[in-house]
Structure formats: structure tokens, C-alpha cells
Design a protein around this ligand. Structure first.
Ligand code: SME
Length: 166
């Protein structure tokens, strides 16, 4: 059994506590679904965000399809370039949205969501294979610190996408 340990109240320090633990949790497990599910669980437990999860590229029809997540019922598919998730996939850039209601192409999965961050995920060949998406019930929840550490998390997860897709 793995017990999660964290106590920091400062955001950067909390990420610094959590990321090595995520690295350990996924180290010996080859199954992609299991590892993404536990990663979402760790982030949900530590930060208490409204929604945290993954959308993965379905190359057969150029959409993102819902992957492991924690939080309310979510949209199943998002087309390339649509919404914050589809834009992060299309541009390959992390997107921080302080107020989703002010964003011209936000896809609303929950009326409770007020702010959002989407981080693209890459395999070892530099292909974007999906995105990590976090939503908060407060405006301006996410900033450069989240972008930096969730970007580091994307690099920790990267070997998973080369190992196995289940
Ligand atoms: N808001 C996202 C859609 C995903 S849900 O928030 C879980 C978007 O605009 O792409």
C-alpha cells in the first residue's frame, strides 16, 4: 500500500512534495490507465480542485477523448482546436484561463468551473498525445507556478506514453 504524504501549505512546496511521490507510484506499473488514474487522485486529494484529469488524442477522428479523471461528469470528446483543451493540443502550449466565462472558446463541462489550466502531454518523439486539464470552482486559481510544476509532471509522465497504451 502506498500512503500519500504531504503537509505544505505553500503551492510550490506542495508540488515539490507531491511530484516525487507520483514518480514513485508510477515507476513500477506499466499500465497507462492505472497510472493516470492515480495521478489524478493524488492531485485531487492534495489540491481539492473541482476537476482534474486527462484527455487523450484519438487519432482516428482527430478528437481528444476523456481519460482518467476525478470530479464531476465531463465532456467525452473535444475536437482538435476546440475549447481550452483542443487549443492546448493544437498549439502545444500550456494555457491558463483565469476566468472561463471570459474565454471565447471555453467548453463548459460543469457550470461550477470558473478557472482552468491545460497542459499538453508529449511522448518521447515529441508528439502531443493528450492534455492534463484542471478546473477550479474559484476564479484565477492557476498561475505560472501551476504551469511550471504541471509541466514538470508532464515530463515525469512522458515515459508512460512510450511504454504502453491501454
Ligand atoms: N473546459 C475544457 C473542457 C474540459 S472540462 O473542463 C473537464 C475546455 O474548454 O476544453
Amino acid at each position: 500500500m502506498y500512503t500519500l504524504n504531504f503537509s505544505a501549505t505553500n503551492k510550490a512546496a506542495l508540488y515539490q512534495e507531491l511530484l516525487p511521490q507520483i514518480r514513485s507510484i508510477i515507476a513500477d506499473e506499466p499500465n497507462l490507465t492505472a497510472n493516470l488514474a492515480n495521478t489524478a487522485a493524488v492531485l485531487k486529494e492534495a489540491f481539492g480542485w473541482l476537476w482534474i484529469g486527462f484527455y487523450l488524442v484519438d487519432g482516428s477522428n482527430n478528437t481528444l477523448v476523456l481519460g482518467p479523471f476525478q470530479g464531476p461528469l465531463a465532456c467525452t470528446r473535444i475536437p482538435h482546436g476546440r475549447g481550452v483543451c483542443g487549443q492546448a493540443w493544437a498549439t502545444g502550449e500550456t494555457i491558463v484561463v483565469a476566468d472561463v466565462h471570459a474565454h471565447p472558446d471555453h467548453v463548459a463541462c460543469s457550470s461550477l468551473s470558473q478557472s482552468e489550466i491545460v497542459v499538453p502531454l508529449y511522448d518521447g518523439n515529441g508528439n502531443c498525445i493528450g492534455v492534463l486539464d484542471a478546473d477550479a470552482a474559484q476564479t484565477a486559481q492557476f498561475d505560472e507556478t501551476d504551469a511550471e510544476y504541471l509541466g514538470e509532471l508532464a515530463r515525469i509522465l512522458q515515459p508512460l506514453f512510450d511504454r504502453q497504451a491501454v
